[in-house]
Design a protein around this ligand. Sequence first.
Ligand code: G1P
Length: 271
Amino acid sequence: MIKQAIIPLAGLGTRLLPLTSVFAKELLPINGKPGIEYILDECIDAGIKDIIFIISKKKKIIKDYFYNDNFYKSIIKKKKDPRLVKEYKKILFYKKRIKFVYQNKPLGTGDAVLKTKKFIKDKYFLMLLPDDLIIKNNCSKEMIKIHKKYKCSVMASLKVNKNNVERWGIYSISKNLDKNNFKISDVIEKPNSKDAPSNNAVIGRYILKKNIFKYLKNQKKGKGGEIHITDAIRKMIYNNNLFIGHKFYGKYLDCGTMSGYINSGNAISKL
Ligand code: G1P
């Protein structure tokens, strides 16, 4: 069973400036609800019991959001507003499941994952990237089912525009297992369009095997001087660790850019 999820939240959010100059992008409201709550709901609905947030000192506001008890208690005492009671209960429900670890230097997603090493208990765990919302279907839940069947790592996949592959990790496929799942033979972080082996992109849902920490420890910096999870996964694939790409149902919303963020709110408001 997959019971733990990790969520890297230490990124600077430069693509959403100026909104992120004093605020965490993951707390920005998407149709009236902080983006991170959509991610938490997906995890919890998928059966995850234990969630690790990787934040930085600069993103302490994320911890504050879940640890504002005195404020809620005093205001509820004064106002006795049932809506506030309900909201506070929801925060407590999330808080019970969250642990915080710190990544104070923005060295990339691979480095963020490495910070969770001593907290991961089971052989496999889930990672969700908070910029990537998937609505209308629980992608994590589907991926956990595939993991149960094949007992291996799984990553979400989406066909993207061929001119846009430089924005994503891109897969090579060695074999289709069925209509929505394929065996991955390689993955390249943000290739230029002439080197890209396909237009199947990595979307931010990963079921990873604990041995990834061994690879991450020795992982050198890659594109943009960052330690990429994709580069460590690539080495694992070369060392015969099975990774399956899962073409998910549901609608993908990219909240990490300004136009994507605006579009996400509009799309969710129309559900
Ligand atoms: C990260 C990954 C990339 C993946 C993308 C999905 O990139 O490094 O492989 O395709 O998430 O959103 P980032 O969005 O951090 O640039």
